[in-house]
Design a binder for this molecule. Sequence first.
Ligand code: FES
Length: 107
Amino acid sequence: MSGHWIPIAKVADVPEETGTMRVIHGTEAVCLYLLGDKVCATQDRCPHGNASLAEGYIVDGMIECPLHQGMFDIATGVVKTPPCTVNLTTYPVKVEDGVIYLEEGAR
Ligand code: FES
């Protein structure tokens, strides 16, 4: 991975209560997740409908969509429960000195 990394948020900015945060990366809405001390990133919009996954709930390493409760594995983006059928796009994440970076142009 040799891309240009863009600082997007501080780890401390991700709300502890939800462990999720919506950020805009280029033209994409991206959801950041805190899984213990690991940070992950996926597309924010649920592929099933018009819902922000940043408003969902983390359950056992999965994000539950707030609208119809479809679930996705956060680390891989793989869909886990209906009504969802399409996996999430995931984004490489780098954390340095408490700052979260996403790779420019990464999809
Ligand atoms: S919009 Fe997410 S499960 Fe329907």
